[in-house]
Design a protein around this ligand. Structure first.
Ligand code: FVH
Length: 289
């Protein structure tokens, strides 16, 4: 028999997780703060626990997917003794510090703990492009790797429980930076009588795809130092051009809000003597200690 699993939280993501466990043949018990959410799970065979205590008692493997760290603490705090002997996999978005505190707290309750960062939207769960970062108890990960694999490719990143959250937030930061730039680009195009769809498909997506080729060399440079003659696009040149981005935005009636921090960073790099270097320097300027 497949491992029985309890899913705590039936928001958009918790519902997708429960549905996917059920589809893979796992007996699944579900609980949500507001009862009756996601009724479609009943027809798929989910057992709806009346209390969170009943939900925890039903399975050795517990998956939480709630709004935030406070909602996890609010929900699990009153039933902490019930966690003993179980594995808690927390897929709620949080910080590394929150994950480390949760791991310590779970250990005090006698539970194994894995923290997870879901790199997918709900529709991707159970599909080939989804992956989930896990950190925390190596024994728990080995024990439940196959169970967790039905949700998304499980990627274990270390026994320090904070490492999944750290890399989850790093990945999401890159994504939001990209979407911020995309929002600005589409606003610029929309300020004229141009088709945003044609711009996106014919120009923007190919451009971003080509620029992705710079990401690994930038990371390499950070780790191993600049390759001789590598700086083909120096920062002084980029800072000089960046004023045009801001001026053109203003001329078009587009708020340059998302560009201003980048301009600030480029100007700082040049002022601190890095004008002849390239983008990898920006990483060093961002790190505070
Ligand atoms: N959906 C997504 O695209 C992203 C993908 C990556 C991972 N995130 C994180 O997953 C967590 C849950 O996200 P969600 O999409 O399921 O969120 P909602 O649909 O808004 O559901 C929220 C659930 O949390 C429950 N809840 C809220 N506050 C409390 C509380 N104080 N005590 C107990 N439960 C609480 C809420 O219950 P209810 O409002 O129905 O009673 C929902 O079950 C999240 O960390 C994302 O960042 C999703």
């Amino acid at each position: 028999m497949k491992t029985p699993v309890t899913v705590l939280g039936l928001g958009a993501m918790g519902t997708a997780l429960a549905r996917t466990f059920l589809a893979a043949g796992h007996p699944a018990t579900v609980w949500n703060r507001t009862p009756g959410r996601s009724p479609e799970l009943d027809a798929l065979g989910a057992v709806r626990a009346k209390t969170i205590g009943d939900a925890i008692a039903a399975s050795p493997l517990l998956v939480t997917c709630l709004l935030d760290d406070a909602s996890v603490r609010d929900s699990l705090g009153p039933v902490a003794p019930e966690l003993s002997g179980r594995t808690l996999v927390n897929l709620t978005n949080g910080t590394p510090a929150q994950a480390r505190r949760a791991a310590e707290w779970a250990a005090q309750q006698g539970a194994q703990y894995l923290d997870g960062g879901i790199m997918a939207v709900p529709a991707m769960i159970g599909g080939p492009a989804a992956f989930i970062l896990y950190s925390g108890s190596p024994a728990a990960f080995e024990q439940h790797r196959d169970d967790l694999a039905v949700l998304a490719k499980p990627t274990y990143v270390g026994s320090d429980a904070g490492l999944a959250a750290l890399q989850d937030l790093a990945l999401l930061s890159a994504m939001y930076g990209m979407f911020g730039g995309v929002a600005h680009a589409l606003a610029m195009v929309s300020s004229e009588k141009l088709s945003p769809t044609a711009f996106a498909t014919e120009l923007l997506v190919p451009w971003l795809t080509a620029m992705l080729g710079s990401v690994t060399p930038m990371a390499n440079e950070l780790e191993y130092g600049a390759a001789p003659g590598a700086a083909g696009s120096n920062l002084a040149m980029q800072a000089a051009a960046f004023g045009n981005f801001i001026d053109a935005s203003e001329d078009q009636g587009v708020d340059p809000l998302v560009l201003l921090p980048i301009q600030q960073l480029l100007d700082r790099a040049v002022a601190e003597g890095h004008g002849e270097e390239d983008m990898a320097v920006l990483v060093r300027l961002l790190v505070k200690n």
